[in-house]
Design a protein. Structure first.
Length: 80
């Protein structure tokens, strides 16, 4: 029986957050995985959380060049 994320992990939210971060970073590197494949393995009660975190990390790695918005990490570190 294959293990699913969160099956034996106490801090499931941290694992789901890490999965979202990894997916967004792979997309940034143009090595896109398939988020639909990941969500299939995520417990239903955490799928909305994954989608929210994935959207946040995508925004982090892809700042809005039209409006001049910087990535979140640059703002947090005072760059720009």
């Amino acid at each position: 029986m294959p293990r699913k994320p969160g099956q034996h992990i106490v801090h499931v939210d941290k694992a789901i957050d890490f999965m979202a971060s990894t997916q967004a970073f792979l997309e940034y590197l143009n090595k896109q995985g398939n988020p639909a494949t990941l969500t299939h393995d995520i417990p239903p009660e955490y799928q909305d959380f994954f989608a929210q975190r994935l959207a946040w990390y995508r925004k982090l790695y892809r700042p809005d060049p039209i409006n001049g918005n910087q990535a979140v990490s640059e703002k947090e570190h005072g760059a720009g």
